[in-house]
Design a protein around this ligand. Sequence first.
Ligand code: SAM
Length: 278
Amino acid sequence: MDIRTALQQGSRLLEEAGISEPRLTAEVLLSHALKKDRSWFYGHPEEDLDGVAGVRYNRALQERLRGKPCQYIIGRQEFYGRDFLLTQDVFIPRPETEYVVEQALKLAPRPAAILDVGCGSGNIAVTLSLELGASARVVATDISYAALAVARSNAKRLGAQVHFVVCDLASAIADHSLDLLISNPPYIPTGEERGLPREIREHEPRIALFAGPQGLDVYRKLIDEAPRLLRPGGWMVFELGYRQVDAVNAMLDGRWSDLLVVSDLAGLPRVFVARLSA
Ligand SMILES: C[S@@+](CC[C@H](N)C(=O)[O-])C[C@H]1O[C@@H](n2cnc3c(N)ncnc32)[C@H](O)[C@@H]1O
């Protein structure tokens, strides 16, 4: 079978199964199977899909048809212009989280001491470390050993200096003088599990998704702990879940000021910022 036919057939299969962006998905999976850029197809539509690549392509299509997200099949996701390797032990970095990084970059002093809680693939911590350069001291935690192994390997591959700690939230962090506490925590209410797309429900780690009946449990604990970790005048920067801005706001006591909520391109409140009073 040639490349053109393989793409047409793959794309049709995916479309019939109701998978979004079937053509693009077929191209991404074929590119993975062939270990070549998508642009290569256009110059070689009549090239034969040889045995090994053909088997890999078929297997990838079957996995996608069973609901596995493309990112887990190909084992990578781009974030803030860099390529992060993934396994199913980590949450897939989302483009919305780039708003959290943007905000942190605006607030971080130079040099900066930063803690990323629940680092997953390491996308936030590694990006901040690389964007801020050697003067930034970045520590990242996760409760999952397996996630931290992925984050560590991403930091090494991308040349970032991040210190990783496995612990519950920030429980093992003794630092009291952080400039920035940043987190994209689990924030989905447990009762919403059935309504999630199967790509998320059946494939992403549960520990990365759910945070109690209202999805607020982790925010509550982080906000309780933040004054112990931040220096006076230090910042807390969180990604917000759907319709959670008011509830998170209500968790703050009089020690917090300079509240800021940043919306994403869809107009949804996405980043929550507050400053510990000096
Ligand atoms: C929504 S994911 C975010 C991952 C990554 N920061 C990102 O933005 O893609 C939440 C992460 O928090 C971690 N996590 C959940 N509960 C935790 C806890 N109690 N302590 C530390 N990390 C936790 C999960 O393992 C997961 O990696």
